[in-house]
Design a protein around this ligand. Structure first.
Ligand code: ZN
Length: 282
């Protein structure tokens, strides 16, 4: 605690977890760091089989604890249901189940954080599908719900590190990402079991690799769109430019205006992780 001054501590919260009580300190610190541009962009496609497949065709496997977690959760659930309702033993079993959940969520968080940091540091732009975490509670497939929660945390860390290191993160519409050909755009219908994308144009890729390329392309095209709208600005903005104002200041002002107008025009794009600083660096 000697590390932070009392002015920096904004809020203290007491939290109860299955393994005890915690005091959470909310501290205000400047976290932005500058990184050299990497020259790389990447699209990520999440799946159940792999944690994700990227647009370079690389796969990030699911961590081993995902499979172990499933087994442990099932066992702990079974133990609870065997105990008599209202008994002390049931209470203990419920607490044990809570601890299993807690351990899994900590492992998931650690994994998501490490991976996200690595992906953000090695790319200037990271694109992924804007998947809403729906039906998580009603989801009966344990493996899937564990994965969904893991993906949610991963995305959260991607956006957080994106802001910290001045990188762009883009969540794209999930439409047609697996069906369209990443090379020519033709829609090639395939069922979930079809693992390879084969197109008339000669493009043949792993299904998830093809999807990841589509995700990256979709992200790059939206970023391109915000760039071109600078040219469509009102004449007065151009006049200011011609009058010899500092271009850097002007560019900054334009960008923040742009981001503002983008939000007005399409409120559904609120998931955009584009920060102005990240934008200038491109
Ligand atoms: Zn094609």
């Amino acid at each position: 605690m000697a590390f932070y001054s009392t002015e920096q501590i904004k809020r203290v919260r007491l939290v109860r977890r299955a393994d005890g009580y915690y005091a959470q300190f909310c501290v205000s610190v400047e976290v932005r760091e500058t990184l050299e541009p990497s020259g790389n962009t990447v699209g990520l496609d999440v799946g159940l089989k792999e944690f994700y497949t990227d647009s370079n065709g690389e796969c990030e496997p699911n961590p081993r604890f995902y499979r172990n977690a499933e087994k442990k959760l099932k066992r702990a659930h079974r133990r609870v249901s065997k105990k008599q309702k209202g008994s002390a033993n049931r209470k203990k079993a419920v607490n044990r189940l809570g601890r299993v959940h807690l351990k899994i969520s900590r492992q998931r968080e650690e994994h998501a954080k490490r991976l996200a940091r690595c992906v953000i540091r090695s790319n200037d732009l990271v694109a992924y599908e804007d998947l809403r975490i729906r039906n998580l509670v009603r989801n009966h497939c344990l493996a899937k719900s564990i994965h969904d929660a893991g993906w949610y945390q991963f995305r959260k860390w991607l956006e957080q590190f994106g802001e910290k290191f001045g990188r762009i993160t883009v969540a794209v519409e999930p439409a047609y990402t697996s069906q369209a050909c990443s090379s020519c755009g033709t829609v090639v219908k395939k069922s979930l079991s079809t693992r390879t994308h084969v197109c008339q144009c000669g493009c043949e890729l792993d299904r998830d690799h093809n999807a990841a390329v589509n995700i990256l392309n979709a992200a790059l095209s939206t970023v391109g769109h915000t760039g071109t709208s600078v040219r469509l600005r009102s004449p007065s903005a151009v006049e200011v430019n011609a009058s010899g104002d500092l271009t850097a200041t002007l560019a900054g002002a334009n960008l923040s205006e742009q981001v503002g107008s983008l939000k007005e025009e399409s409120p559904r794009r609120d998931s955009w992780g584009v920060s102005t600083i990240a934008f200038v660096s491109i």
